[in-house]
Design a protein. Structure first.
Length: 404
């Protein structure tokens, strides 16, 4: 309690406690250094370097000409929600109705909606770790308690069903994971998800956010969805979006599929915070889905080639230990070999220190693993040309060779 107005801080405790998104912070730093004239290579941002496919851009131009300039229904145009229902059937063999679908201003908002609608203060949220930076902060905003459960490098950073079982308590409300995973590229297969679903079956108070935004960027086999197991489907919130598969980061369209009561709650949350997302972007997103996934699969072939290139170049760098990512566009090596080494008067004590060193010495922007719950690692985004990747890895190797 404050006795006088003077003693009150301007900003709320909520925002003061919130960490800045490290992916966005590092990308900002790289842009600033580029503006100052440095020859930067930015491997920090998780953003496709491809243009949005032309047929999607054409649909957006048509939407403007056709007069789609008004407020949209909060959970999305009926046509887009239907296209999403059709997509779930076509790609995932999942049966939903439009009432189960809420379209948002990006998958980030879908995740925030779901967390805000499910988590009460003090509820525990199990976050499969390493995890995407925003999960933990969104949980804290909802006054939930993040409980990271660490996947090991030996198990390609995937947690096991036993680990999940051991982490669940009577306070657990939610589990969150991405597959393919940002930052590790790990992909849960059907068998692994079934084992997880069987654990969840025993705990009917636990819900799951399954973040499938990298679904199309999968190099091995078929994408598996947790919601495909009927016995827990009503407790799974499947999140997806257009940013990655269709290279539509700036358009800001994401969506979730959930039990109709949870979907209605997310609709209500969104009605007070942002309303329906952009009319033109929704028309573009509808065209994207109706056009199938061919363009997405073409981009995925390029990512696969780049993954192989990065792994081959990384194998020449002493001390980097990495899993082979099966999806997304990240490699997440353990770099702890370099902790304790020095250059001039600088000592590298952490992944934060190493990523700052590489930013200033090699002019390559990467994101430290700290914010992903993995302080031994650094994230490389390889959504960039082969030439830039080769140059970046070459520079990193030279900079690391100077450390003693
Ligand atoms: N989930 C994961 C795992 C991500 O990497 C991202 C990054 N874009 C998002 C969700 C959010 O995507 P968007 O808001 O652009 O749809
Ligand atoms: N998801 C991307 C990343 O991890 C984009 C930045 C963000 O939204 O955090 O880099």
């Amino acid at each position: 309690m404050y006795e006088t107005n003077e003693k009150r801080p301007v900003l709320s405790d909520r925002i003061t406690a919130l960490a800045e998104s490290q992916t966005i912070a590092m990308a900002k730093k790289a842009r600033e250094l580029t503006a100052q004239g440095y020859d930067m290579i930015n491997l920090s941002f998780g953003e496709p370097d491809f243009q949005t496919p032309q047929y999607i851009k054409d649909a957006a131009k048509k939407a403007i000409d056709d007069g789609f300039t008004f407020y949209t229904p909060v959970p999305g145009y009926p046509e887009l929600r239907q296209a999403i229902v059709d997509k779930f059937k076509r790609d995932n063999n999942l049966d939903y109705k439009p009432e189960n679908i809420v379209v948002s201003t990006g998958a980030k908002q879908s995740i925030a909606n779901a967390v805000m609608c499910l988590v009460n203060p003090g509820d525990e949220v199990i976050i499969v770790s390493p995890y995407w930076v925003s999960y933990e902060e969104i949980v804290k905003l909802a006054e939930g308690v993040p409980v990271p459960v660490q996947g090991s490098l030996e198990n390609d950073y995937k947690i096991t069903a036993d680990q999940l079982e051991n982490a669940i308590t009577s306070n657990t409300k939610l589990v969150m994971y991405s597959s393919p995973c940002n930052p590790t590229g790990a992909v849960f297969n059907e068998e692994e998800l079934l084992a997880i679903a069987r654990v969840l079956q025993k705990h009917p108070q636990v819900y799951v956010i399954a973040d499938e935004i990298y679904e199309y960027i999968n190099f091995e086999g078929q994408h598996a969805s947790l919601a495909a197991f009927d016995f827990i489907k009503d407790r799974v919130i499947t999140v997806n979006g257009f940013s990655k598969g269709y290279a539509m980061t700036g358009w800001r369209v994401g969506y979730l599929a959930a039990h109709k009561d949870i979907a209605a709650a997310c609709d209500k949350m969104q009605s007070q915070i942002t309303s329906g997302t952009c009319s033109i972007a929704q028309k573009a997103a509808t065209a994207a889905l109706q056009g199938g996934k061919e363009s997405a699969l073409e981009m995925t072939e390029a990512y696969r080639r780049r993954r192989d290139l990065v792994l081959a170049l990384m194998a020449e760098i002493p001390g980097f230990k990495t899993s082979v990512p099966d999806g997304a566009f990240y490699v997440f090596p353990d770099v702890s070999y370099y902790f304790g080494k020095r250059y001039d008067d600088k000592v590298i004590n952490s992944a934060d220190d190493l990523s700052m060193y590489l930013l200033t010495d090699a002019h390559v922007a990467l994101v430290s693993g700290e914010a992903f719950g993995a302080p031994q690692s650094i994230r490389f985004s390889y959504a960039i040309t082969d030439e830039k990747l080769e140059e970046a890895l070459h520079r990193i190797k030279s900079s690391l060779a100077k450390l003693q």
